[in-house]
Design a protein around this ligand. Structure first.
Ligand SMILES: C[S@@+](CC[C@H](N)C(=O)[O-])C[C@H]1O[C@@H](n2cnc3c(N)ncnc32)[C@H](O)[C@@H]1O
Length: 267
């Protein structure tokens, strides 16, 4: 079967990095190129100043990368509504209570980052090796920017990625019972209908990650590992995870938050 992903370098100086990733991921390296020139594969991982997942071909949408310093996340950090944001309400954040969060399906780390900007310590789990590399690259650039910016330094100190690449259900099963205040789940869900259309630049990400068909298996281990809340982010049209009715649900801008509460009282 031919690969659906290959590695390219954006400049000749990036070629050694691209070659290293190619052997690490066991994917072909197509040398120094631009994604628009590639037609052997539908998407590439481009090594340059940032690591980017790019659809290939002349009409390809923009790249996907993890940028915790600039772009949309910087805008959200500065003007995004702070503690009034639905995700903050979902994890139960309130003055004096900033729960530690295990984000078991980190993806591009956007929700994790937002929670860290609000003062929560967040550990991310991600099983897809390419998405993990994008996250690591984003964290590396966050650490670099943090050296000159105390606000970013505080956020960087709260955000981490687990070394383990084990699927989250196994990872959660290894945690002591009720050892996390909050477990946060946001597995992929197949887009449905016009309203749920995937943003153009996210097509490559969806192509890469697929549909997380085992998502239901996450709920029980998450409930076991948390003592305060398990939060499940879902598209508005999606059924409950594992068909289990939450204690509480509310709609955010981009989806629904289903909340499974436990007996633990925040300290
Ligand atoms: C919809 S994305 C999460 C988006 C994320 N909340 C954000 O703000 O960027 C879902 C991610 O969860 C990961 N994932 C799904 N099931 C997983 C599992 N069982 N263990 C680890 N990662 C998982 C997928 O690989 C994918 O990257």
């Amino acid at each position: 079967m031919s690969p659906v992903l290959a590695i390219i370098a954006t400049t000749s100086a990036d070629l050694p990095n691209a070659q290293e990733l190619s052997s690490q991921l066991n994917l072909p390296c197509l040398g120094v190129a631009s994604p628009s020139e590639i037609n052997e594969v539908p998407q590439v991982l481009a090594c340059g100043e940032q690591l980017q997942l790019c659809a290939t071909g002349r009409k390809a949408p923009g790249p996907v990368s993890v940028d915790f310093v600039g772009g949309a996340l910087a805008h959200r950090r500065k003007y995004g509504g702070g503690k009034a944001q639905p995700v903050a309400k979902a994890v139960g954040l309130r003055p004096g209570f900033y729960p530690r969060v295990l984000d078991a399906t980190a993806g591009l780390g956007r929700d994790a980052f937002v929670l860290a900007t609000l003062g929560c310590e967040v550990k991310m789990l991600e099983r897809n090796p390419v998405v993990r590399l994008l996250l690591k690259d984003g964290l590396r650039r966050l650490q670099e920017a943090a050296t000159a910016d105390p606000e970013l330094a505080a956020i960087a100190g709260l955000l981490s990625l687990a070394d383990d690449i084990a699927p989250a259900a196994d990872w959660l099963a290894q945690q002591a019972e009720e050892s996390w205040p909050v477990v946060y789940l946001d597995p992929m869900f197949p887009p449905r209908g016009k309203s749920a259309k995937v943003k153009k630049e996210m097509v490559a990400f969806h192509h890469l990650v697929g549909e997380d068909l085992d998502a239901d298996d996450l709920l029980e281990p998450a409930l076991r590992a948390c003592y305060y809340r398990t939060v499940v982010k879902r598209p508005k049209v999606a059924p409950y995870l594992a068909d289990k009715k939450p204690m509480l649900s509310f709609e955010g801008k981009s989806g629904r938050f289903d909340i499974y509460t436990k007996h633990g009282v925040p300290g």
